[in-house]
Design a protein around this ligand. Structure first.
Ligand code: WT7
Length: 653
């Protein structure tokens, strides 16, 4: 059974509040109760109908081929172009003048990009990439701030059938290099820099460092965003020259439904990130279907805003592919929520009359801490639906979101999914579900998710177990780039033909699902997945560190916070500088999101007799709790040594 001794969600089982949708919302909702029955009745026919939301050059012959399980093929033999679906068809349908993206730069610069302009720029970028030698199948790495060129670059790659690998702009040169290398990317698209917290930050130096050690890269396409100085190499090409000078017409090629669309790296339980592979037809089908139903999206009427970064899966599926396939008008914001003031997001909501807002619990908890006076200064009455993603949302944050941001008037959709699932899997359906604060509620129509015990049997209500997916779904990952074995082992080996998500979950008394967090050595910091092994390997690569163990400790803003326990080498000095230096080293190796909040220097680490680190005990220390069962410790005295920790450094960023 899952360890629930420290389960902070115990109280959720007693959550009896229900929030039914208002009659007005129901009357106009995209979703209906019949969807569940329809999908239950004939799952394949249901997905065929969802695929019908898209424009196919050639219709598929078979909905699902699962004969090569766990390697799925969806909409077999269908031919489709993603960029045509996200851009060209809307222009062809007469919506060229509709705004696709309202861009808001952090310094206050803005750009409204219509579907016609988006089509022109995507075609130009596709032509420019083709001129640089990019052909279908080539990998392109994208390392950009939150600017429209990120969306344009992704769509241009999709248009050419060149799988992109977007690397979050907060990752380090080394993290970028290893991702470029693993995918053997031919071109990198980046910018001189971007704006964050009121000032310009550089991106290009990290690319220069990464590319110097990545021989597969032939060209680097550089967007000028900040105008800051850049070192120029013979591989570099300015975006405004190459793309700006290219033709705005480009004949799209249609690709097989299973053609690779993108690779996105995510942390697993080892030190090496996994390149999650997504393909074309099934992915776009489920991204479009879920965006339509879960967000109740009405093209031409709604103003949609997903606050994620395009560097994460949420940005891929719910900034780029789902919304644009559905002809959304959306807001894209470059910067941080408190620049230049703590009301910036709410000012943006008021300015663009945002109707649908999709964000993360960590942001909601931060706003709740800042206080209701900041949102209170702006008119938020345009909002009609709120979404949450990335980690479990505690009932208190849910209630605050509902009342302070939503004016008690917006359905909240708490959406569970993963980089691997590609699109939303478990969520309320707005206009249908009577939501409960803190619960992602039920699998969407067409999706089968269960909570099981160690033997893979579905558990009783009010018990904890493992979340699994026991039917293939269209947007499912098709593998780990270059590592089929790890794909099978990681996700499909625990129970036959069953996908293991890595999350603990419970059914409440009514049979609704509550997510309980990861059950593996993966941390969730501000909705971002970081593996303990990755941070540990960064720590031990520091000259002063002999051994390291990392745990995710509960944190009331970020969900979990990274706490590192390190044993220093004998000759290392133990000054606060050394410890701070170790923290920054993790930033250099992975990126600042992986910097431990606290580093504790210890003499020993608690291990079992077989040498396995007992993270549970370290979590007890990190969370200032009495120690749990220490009977399996090889050396019972070790915990006393740890508790008398010699030096710690705490994040003050
Ligand atoms: C992990 C996936 C999906 C986009 C963002 C994160 C956790 C995600 C929820 C939710 C409880 C959630 C899970 C999952 N998670 N959404 N609504 N309730 N937990 O994507 O980096 O692939 O991480 O995030 O633990 O396994 P990711």
């Amino acid at each position: 059974m899952v360890d629930v001794t420290t389960d902070p969600f115990e109280s959720m089982l007693h959550e009896n509040r229900h929030f039914p949708p208002s009659p007005e919302f129901v009357a106009q909702a995209n979703a209906s109760l019949e969807l569940y029955a329809q999908a239950q009745g004939d799952r394949m026919a249901f997905w065929d109908e969802q695929a019908g939301r898209l424009h196919w050059d050639k219709r598929w012959t078979t909905t699902l081929d699962w004969s090569g399980a766990p390697f799925a093929k969806w909409f077999v033999d269908g031919r489709i172009n993603v960029a045509v679906n996200c851009v060209d068809r809307h222009v062809a349908d007469g919506f060229g003048d509709q705004v696709a993206i309202h861009f808001e730069g952090e310094p206050g610069d803005t750009r409204a990009i219509t579907y016609q302009q988006l089509q022109d720029e995507v075609c130009q970028a596709a032509n420019a990439l083709a001129a640089l030698g990019v052909v279908a199948g080539d990998r392109v790495a994208i390392y950009l701030p939150m600017i429209p060129e990120a969306v344009i670059a992704m769509l241009a790659c999709a248009r050419l059938g060149a799988p992109h690998s977007v690397v979050f702009g907060g990752f380090s040169a080394e993290a970028l290099r290893s991702r470029i290398d693993d995918a053997a990317a031919k071109v990198v698209i980046t910018a001189d820099g971007g704006y964050r917290r009121g000032s310009a930050f550089p991106l290009k130096p990290a690319v220069d460092e990464a590319v110097a050690a990545a021989p597969t890269v032939e060209h680097v396409l550089v967007v000028r965003r900040t105008g800051g100085d850049v070192v120029w190499t013979d591989k570099d090409v300015w975006w405004h020259e190459a793309v700006g000078g290219a033709s705005t017409t480009h004949d799209p090629e249609f690709f097989d439904s299973e053609h690779p669309l993108f690779i996105l790296y995510t942390s697993g339980t080892t030190g090496k990130p996994k390149g999650i592979l997504h393909t074309t037809g099934g992915y776009l089908t489920q991204a479009a279907y879920t965006h339509h139903m879960v967000f109740d999206h009405k093209p031409g009427a709604d103003v949609y805003w997903c606050t994620a970064d395009v560097g994460w899966i949420t940005g891929h599926s719910y900034i780029v592919y789902g919304p644009l396939a559905n002809r959304a008008t959306q807001v894209m914001y470059e910067g941080t929520p408190d620049t230049p003031h703590k009301g910036r997001w709410w000012e943006i909501v008021e300015k663009y009359r945002v109707t649908i807002l999709y964000t993360a619990p960590t942001a909601i908890r931060t706003f709740a801490k800042w206080g209701r006076e900041f949102p209170g200064q702006f008119d938020l009455t345009s909002l009609r639906l709120l979404g949450s993603v990335g980690e479990p949302i505690n009932p208190a944050a849910w209630m605050w979101y509902r009342s302070v941001i939503g004016g008690d008037n917006c359905p909240i959709v708490d959406t569970w999914w993963q980089t691997e699932t590609g699109a939303i899997m478990i969520s309320p359906l707005p206009g249908v579900t009577h939501t409960k604060p803190g619960s992602a509620m039920d699998p969407l129509p067409g999706i089968s998710a269960k909570v099981v015990d160690d033997d893979g049997n579905q558990i009783e209500r009010s018990e904890a177990g493992y979340l699994i997916l026991d039917e293939p779904w269209p947007a499912m990952l098709r593998g780990i780039w270059g590592d089929d074995e790890r794909y099978v082992e990681q996700y499909w080996s625990r129970w036959p033909q069953v996908y293991f998500a890595g999350d603990g979950a419970k059914y409440d008394r009514e049979g609704h699902i509550w997510l309980l967090g990861r059950v593996d050595d993966v941390m969730n910091v501000s909705g971002h997945r970081i593996s303990t092994a990755e941070v540990e390997s960064a720590l031990v690569s520091h000259a002063a560190v002999a051994e390291a163990a990392v745990v995710g400790a509960n944190d009331d803003t970020t969900g979990q916070a990274i706490v590192a326990f390190v044993i220093l080498r004998e000759n290392a000095d133990i000054s606060p500088d050394t410890v701070e230096n170790i923290r920054s080293h993790v930033g250099t190796e992975i990126g600042s999101i992986a910097k431990p909040k606290r580093v504790m220097v210890v003499k020993e680490l608690p291990k079992t007799r077989s040498g396995k680190i007992m993270r549970r005990l370290l979590r007890d220390v990190a969370e200032n709790r009495d120690l749990g069962d220490t009977s399996t410790l090889a050396d019972p005295a070790v915990m006393a040594l740890i508790s008398s920790g010699l030096a710690t450094a705490t994040d003050t960023d």
